[in-house]
Design a protein around this ligand. Structure first.
Ligand code: T3D
Length: 258
């Protein structure tokens, strides 16, 4: 049994967290495995989108607390530095869209890994918990960066201090996630979305993601200059040429992701 199931489906790398009896909580081996698969997604040109989800009733309950408290397990600092920080950096710097299908509860690092993804779709019965404060920790996995930018400082502070369980419907209402779908339709919806993105101009999608990443710290002037540079790059791409020609010739474009 693998801690993460991996499948390539029409240029979409589908990754399923697979420790359902522990609600897909992360231990070291699973965290390093996810990092390796994200590296593979970066380097393999056949892969043009990633879909992350979980097996069983949870998406992910964050850190495996048995490992975190075991004398033989990695120390807390190592867990953050070697497990979660690289996962978040790899998701945010992946030059292909990452879709997260939240199939159940997403707690602690599990919630913040989901929120780091580019498009987050959740089932109606899913929920999000910034569980850290309940065990005397602070939110990690980029949560203190991502959540206030999604929902605003006031909501993020309250969610992180109170550790309340937020339904997928409420998460969507407060702009934490992109969409909510009926439970039985989650994978169909998520795969369709991922496959649609995988057929789009992958390089332009990456430049878009890069610009959004940079926008967090840039002034308007710096961001306008960045858009000018990135648009010049996009304009020199195969896919721009194909997109414009397809429009003018009134046909469907055949993007290659270059
Ligand atoms: O060192 C560090 O910790 C640094 C890293 C921090 C990153 C973090 O993610 S910290 C936050 C860690 N996660 C949590 O605190 C969440 C813990 N889990 C829960 O609060 C609840 O399990 C849930 C709210 C997610 C779901 O509740 P419920 O009632 O649906 O399920 P349950 O009965 O609590 O859990 C089912 C089983 O999964 C249970 O095992 P059992 O009794 O059937 O043998 C439970 O112990 C296990 N489980 C759930 N979460 C974890 C876990 N086992 C280990 N680690 C977990 N995180």
């Amino acid at each position: 049994m693998s801690f993460i199931e991996k499948e390539l489906n029409h240029q979409v790398l589908v990754l399923k967290l697979n420790r359902p009896e522990m609600l897909n909580s992360f231990h070291r081996e699973m965290a390093l495995m996810l990092q390796n698969y994200l590296d593979e997604a970066q380097s393999n040109e056949e892969i043009r989108a990633v879909l992350l989800t979980g097996n069983g009733r949870a998406f992910c309950a964050g850190q495996d607390l048995q490992e975190a408290t075991s004398a033989e397990g990695p120390a807390l600092q190592r867990i953050v530095k070697e497990h979660y920080n690289p996962i978040i950096e790899k998701i945010r710097n992946l030059k292909k869209p990452v879709i997260c299908a939240v199939n159940g509860v997403a707690a602690g690092a599990g919630a913040n890994i989901a929120l780091a993804c580019d498009v987050v779709i959740a089932t109606q019965s899913a929920s999000f918990i910034q569980a850290f404060s309940k065990i005397g920790l602070i939110p990690d996995s980029g949560g203190t960066f991502t959540l206030p930018r999604l929902v605003g400082l006031q909501k993020a502070t309250a969610l992180m201090m109170l550790g309340d369980k937020i339904s997928a419907t409420d998460a969507e209402k407060m702009n934490m996630i992109y969409a909510v779908t009926e439970d039985e339709k989650l994978m169909e919806h998520a795969i369709q979305t991922a496959q649609k993105l995988a057929q789009m101009p992958t390089h332009a999608l990456w430049l878009t993601k890069y610009a959004l990443n940079q926008s967090v710290n840039n002034s308007l002037t710096a961001q306008l200059e960045l858009e000018e540079q990135l648009q010049t790059q996009a304009g020199a791409s195969y896919d721009y040429n194909e997109g414009v020609n397809a429009f003018l010739e009134k046909r469907k474009p055949n993007f290659k992701g270059k």
